[in-house]
Ligand binder design. Structure first.
Ligand code: PHE
Length: 367
């Protein structure tokens, strides 16, 4: 029979010699682990005769409890020692600055949209939406593009596989080439008077310095009873808008007759600029300098056929529409030289040209 006192002393010595928690754990396993020395003694109880068990049982149990208590005590002491060491070693310099917090920026296109909402919101326009994936009817036919007419080729359309569930021109799917399709949907779903703008991605198969296959447009539509929304209103609205948008009170605005199947009459709108050194400057040319013009948007009085296609009676209603490319307007306003950089997702570009969320968009009231 192992001398319990000697065993206890042995284990106590091992516990005292353990320098860290790992060593202590090894002692624990060797003593009271499944195959430990104390556990082995406990197993002998089963084979003892009842008398012997009566005396040995309590002794062995006491030994096991004492050993466990010794180890727990040593563990607490070692943990306290480790913590003390860590506290002595680790230091925190509370005078250091906090880490800089990276803040994202608003993409210039989003900023422009916010500005347009602000300007047109102040004039009483609401915002409409429509899908990027359109059908031939909404993108062309309803907008008075005759079938097979070369006007359809004016826009390099991305066609998609036909929708087998739909009929005729509704089956022919495409990526919308302009936001004018949203006009159609909006007129179908709402009755006149209508006073909305909409924004969206538009797609044309084109890729060079000044064209990207995806770009953004803004569309404006104002329909009311005949006489209430005339070409004069279109001109006034556009002039106020471009002057508010570019923040140039006397920005020259010029209307040039042009053709779009969905308007009659149609006009392209130019804004004035002049040369300044290597670059250009928007605005009225100073005395003696040539006034130059650049096209900025397409506009016109909504064609009666378009109204008819949307179940609006052209004998009772008329109105105007215009559409503008957002990238070009944004480039001009903020002096961004290359269109393609809009879509590079380069954070350095965004950090330079982006806006902080607190930059307030301007409004028509000039405030
Ligand atoms: N949808 C035309 C385009 O993409 C722009 C436009 C809109 C012209 C509304 C007139 C009226 O070029």
């Amino acid at each position: 029979m192992t001398d319990l006192n000697t065993l206890k002393k042995d284990i106590a010595n091992q516990v005292a010699a353990a320098n860290d928690l790992q060593e202590l754990d090894a002692v624990r396993v060797a003593a009271i682990g499944k195959k430990g020395s104390v556990s082995a003694l406990m197993k002998t109880l089963g084979k003892m005769d009842p008398e012997e068990r009566k005396t040995q049982g309590p002794l062995l149990n006491a030994l096991k409890n004492e050993v466990a208590a010794l180890i727990d005590e040593a563990e607490d002491a070692l943990k306290a020692k480790e913590l003390e060491q860590r506290l002595a070693q680790e230091t925190v310099d509370i005078s250091l600055d906090t880490r800089p917090q990276a803040m994202g920026t608003i993409h210039p296109i989003s900023q422009t949209m916010d500005e347009l909402v602000s300007i047109f919101g102040a004039m009483g326009f609401s915002v409409a939406e429509g899908p990027d994936i359109e059908d031939d009817w909404h993108n062309f036919t309803a907008l008075n593009f005759p079938p097979g007419h070369p006007a359809r080729e004016m826009q390099d359309t991305f066609f998609l596989p036909d929708d087998e569930r739909a009929q005729g021109e509704h089956a022919k799917k495409l990526l919308r080439t302009h936001t004018s399709s949203v006009q159609i949907r909006h007129m179908q779903e709402n009755s006149a008077p209508i006073k909305t703008i909409c924004f969206g991605r538009t797609y044309r198969s084109d890729w060079d310095m000044t064209h990207t296959p995806m770009f953004h447009q803004m569309e404006c539509l104002y329909i009311d009873e005949i006489g209430k929304v005339t070409m004069a209103h279109l001109k006034g609205c556009l002039q106020d808008f471009v002057r508010a948008f570019f923040k140039i009170d006397d920005l020259p605005v010029r209307f040039r007759p042009s053709f779009f199947p969905f308007v009659e009459p149609g006009a392209e709108v130019d804004i004035g600029y002049y040369k300044q050194g290597e670059g250009i400057k928007l605005g009225k040319a100073p005395e003696g300098q040539e006034q130059k013009w650049m096209e900025i948007l397409g506009s016109g009085m909504v064609h009666p056929n378009v109204l008819k296609n949307c179940d609006i009676d052209p004998e009772k209603y008329q109105g105007f529409a215009f559409g503008m490319g957002l990238e070009r307007a944004t480039m001009l306003k903020y002096g961004i030289p290359d269109l393609r950089t809009f879509f590079d997702s380069d954070v350095r570009w965004l950090a330079h040209y982006g806006f902080t969320p607190l930059d307030r968009p301007n409004s028509a009231t000039g405030s």
